[in-house]
Design a protein around this ligand. Structure first.
Ligand code: PRP
Ligand code: MN
Ligand code: MG
Length: 183
C-alpha cells in the first residue's frame, strides 16, 4: 500500500498467511461446533476484518452479534469490570458463544468479558483471537482458537489501530516508531 506503507517498518504477517490461517480456524470451528447453536460475537472495532473473514470460513448456520467494550486498562482493577459501550442485540442464554477478537494483549478486556457472558447464561463461551501477544499477558485467559502468536511489537493492520488509523491495512505490520514518537 503506497500511502499507508510509508508508516510501516516491516510486514509481520501477510494477507496470504492470514487467509490461510483463518481458513484453518474456520474449518476447526466447523468441526467442533457441528449441530450446535453458535453465536459469533465480534468486539468492535478491532475485530471487524477478522470477524468478516472468519465467519465466511465457518460452514455452520451461525448468527452474528457485536459488542463494543473498553476495559479500565489498569491491571490493579480486578477483572469483572468492563465498560460496555455497545451491548449485544440478542439474548445469549443457552447459546454457544465464540468471542471474536483481533488481538489479545494484557488479557484484561477478555478476562472481564468472558465471565460476564457466562453469567448471562451462555451454554459455552470460547475465544477466537487472531493475534496473541503472550508476553504482555497480565490476566490469565483461556484462548481456544489462536491465529498467530506475535512478539511484543507495535503492530497495526487487519483491524489493529494506532490512534484509530491503519485498521484497513490488509497485512499485520510493525509500525515505524517515527509515527508515534513525533511530537
Ligand atoms: C484493543 C484490541 C482488543 C483489546 C486487547 O481494543 O482490539 O480488543 O484492545 O487489549 P487487552 O488484552 O490488553 O485488554 P481497543 O480497546 O483498542 O479498541 P478497538 O478494538 O476499537 O481498537
Ligand atoms: Mn478491540
Ligand atoms: Mg484500539
Amino acid at each position: 500500500m503506497k500511502n499507508l506503507g510509508k508508516d510501516i517498518k516491516t510486514v509481520l504477517i501477510t494477507k496470504e498467511q492470514i487467509e490461510k490461517r483463518v481458513e484453518e480456524l474456520g474449518r476447526q470451528i466447523t468441526k467442533d461446533y457441528e449441530g450446535k447453536d453458535v453465536v459469533l460475537v465480534g468486539i468492535l472495532k478491532g475485530a471487524m476484518p477478522f470477524l468478516c473473514d472468519l465467519m465466511r470460513s465457518i460452514d455452520l448456520p451461525v448468527t452474528l452479534d457485536t459488542m463494543c467494550v473498553s476495559s479500565y486498562g489498569n491491571s490493579t482493577v480486578s477483572s469483572g469490570h468492563v465498560n460496555i459501550k455497545k451491548d449485544l442485540d440478542r439474548d445469549i442464554r443457552g447459546k454457544n458463544v465464540i468471542v471474536v477478537e483481533d488481538i489479545i494483549d494484557t488479557g484484561i478486556t477478555m478476562s472481564a468479558l468472558v465471565p460476564l457472558l457466562k453469567q448471562r447464561g451462555a451454554a459455552s463461551v470460547e475465544l477466537a483471537i487472531c493475534l496473541n501477544k503472550k508476553e504482555r499477558r497480565e490476566k490469565e485467559v483461556d484462548v481456544k482458537y489462536v491465529g498467530f502468536d506475535i512478539p511484543d511489537e507495535f503492530i497495526v493492520g487487519y483491524g489493529c489501530d494506532y490512534a484509530e488509523k491503519y485498521r484497513n491495512l490488509p497485512d499485520v505490520c510493525v509500525l515505524d516508531s517515527r509515527v508515534y514518537t513525533k511530537a
